[in-house]
Design a protein around this ligand. Sequence first.
Ligand code: ATP
Length: 774
Amino acid sequence: MEQTTYGTELLGRTLAGEHPDTESPLTHLAVIPTQTARFGRWPDWVDPRVREALNDHGINEPWQHQVQAADHAVAGRHVSICTGTASGKSLAYQLPILTTFLEDPNATALYLSPTKALGTDQLRAVSRLITGRKDFSHLQPCMYDGDTEQELRQWARLHSRWIFTNPDMVHIGINPAHARWRQFLARLRYIVVDECHHYRGVFGSHTALVLQRLLRLARRYGADPVVIGASATVANPEQALSRLIGEPAVAVTEDASPHGERTVALWEPGFVDNSHGDQGTPLRRPAGAEAARLLADFVIEGARTLCFVRSRRGTEVTALRAQQLLADAAPALVDRVAAYRAGYLADDRRRLEKALADGDLLGVATTNALELGIDISGLDAVIVAGYPGTVASFWQQAGRAGRRGAGSLVVLVARDDPLDTYLVHHPAALLDRPVEATVTDPANPYILGPHLLCAATEAPLTGAEVTAWDATELVDQLTADGLLRRRKAAWYPAPGLDPHADIDIRGGIGGQILIVDTTTSRLLGTVDGGRATRTVHPGAVYLHQGESFVVDELDLHDGLALTHPEEPDWTTSVREDSEVEILRTVRSETFGPLTIALAEVRVTDQVVAYLRKALSGEILDSVPLDLPEEVLETKAVMYTVEPEALVSAGVPVDKFPGALHAAEHAAIGMLGLVATCDRWDIGGLSSNLHSGTGLPTVFVYDGYPGGAGFAERGYDAFPTWIRATGEAVSACGCPFGCPSCIQSPKCGNGNEPLDKAHAIRVLDLVQRLDPRDR
Ligand SMILES: Nc1ncnc2c1ncn2[C@@H]1O[C@H](COP(=O)(O)OP(=O)(O)OP(=O)(O)O)[C@@H](O)[C@H]1O
């Protein structure tokens, strides 16, 4: 280690405990230097009473980016502020909003966040700022979400000037009831869209249309609100905001806030002795167990540490493991470690946040519930157990570490998975890569169509609006289907139409299946209808907030999955039969024997059995299932290669199936490098002789009706994606394929056949044939 920093010292002490003969788990170390603050001047338009309130909270001078963003908003420009975590983005919207409230006591503002916890946190911050100040007493900022009681809702509509809510509530509670919100909407001056990068994929497309419907209604009541977007990690911030709201926006990106030096370490757990997975491949120590060990070590060193874990259950397990380790090594510290996740009661969460902030708690294992914007500063270390799926999310989590003027450490612990393995061995692909563009596709007819119906029930659709949404064809279709009716120059909903409840803006598209514990009749959760046969088929093990349930019956007709509590010693994974039919080629390019294309496809899937696997990875048995076929119309990125070219590249015909299948898995695992998705958002299929192309073919498709934009990113970034996939598979040290390269945890064929050596040849050939990568 060349440079001594807080982070390298902390790591050094931890690594001192490693066995001297084992290979170091550290694959890379980077130091992000200290930055000093660059202050701006308070703009003249800021009301002195706002300044006074801020001064009393220790904010004496604004940082430059705060002034720039606030100035844009006051000038009436939609603005997207994209500066680091804890860089004071809140002040950029508090300044114009609080000043406006003083100038115009009737003005209103809406704050939207993707999570409840963040909304509550921001509301608390604003309340702290204004409590006890007479001039702000008319503001009555308040929360308005699914948990708000009916009476309070009415009060909020009439009396609150600043409402904190989420896109779900705007969709279901505000837009359709706009007449009741008339007064609030008519005076709406600002809309804050916090953590913009969160609005991606299907959720992002839905949110875009919810926001566009909201702006449309506010304008109808005579308001002209300015939108302020905020995110620490969004690519093309102006474009990301303008895609959300359907209007131009400007961006502020130069971060002028101070921060201490930060050391980032990439960590690959070593192999477990004598343990083997599918087809006898060696297994690495699980990221969760490794993270628990680091958490315990850091706590012993006195470092205040957050450990991000992917699943809710994982947070409990990690905290518990760290406590067990501490019970042996430092019993006095056992109580200073805890778990934190969504699903806890708000009071418990507050208590944990406070204990962490005060230093009573030294180590907390958390889901991404603590990733977004909650103001917890002063942490010494962050452990990220498994790449969180996007570079944006990684920096969001990493950004929780850091104290002004002091060093901090971030450790990414790789899971046994192709993308994680690739990233810890190709640090530039994580640390030097810009955060990914938030992929949304609000023009997807499966998403836009239902929102047009909502918009029409909210207020008749005009020709100009239909043109602005580029929806002429779609509106004609909805009219032909009898859902819309044209009268004079506008479209009205068919009588009795109630489209709002049919849209689940966070789920996929289509109905929800309710998961019920039949022993207590408790509703455990919901799952998107399109995924139910894979996740809650009879016999499936379903985890809910650390508890385990086994599914007894799946009733697709009534939308119910009936379960009972049970903690079996196995996990389940399904076997599927799939087919992909090409409906239309949207775009394609041919390079000699290689053709790549973006296509509209129909995927037909049937879950035919499930495998029971012991926790050691060993397969116990396969249980047949009798479930209906499912059909998904979506978009796919695909390529075909002429068989002669494959043979000349050293792939004999009998090796086509294993080679293409392995190449497909690896590509699915790596699509997250170029698109903001993870492997659960997408599916794939490979065929050595596909009926639609007559050639060896690989498909990777969006797992959502109409597509979500991921396959399209794969098509646009095809050379980068395939090159990285080839490198990941070649660089993996395993002999025949493992979960770090070609095995997939969700393979419908139980990872058979897979042929690593020939997959490398296929990927290499595809890469050579596509000249755009040179
Ligand atoms: N100009 C300033 N001078 C000193 N402290 C400031 C200034 N602006 C903001 N802060 C403080 O910085 C901390 C972080 O601010 P804030 O929570 O607004 O950051 P953020 O950018 O919204 O963070 P996140 O990325 O987590 O959403 C807060 O404690 C806030 O009081």
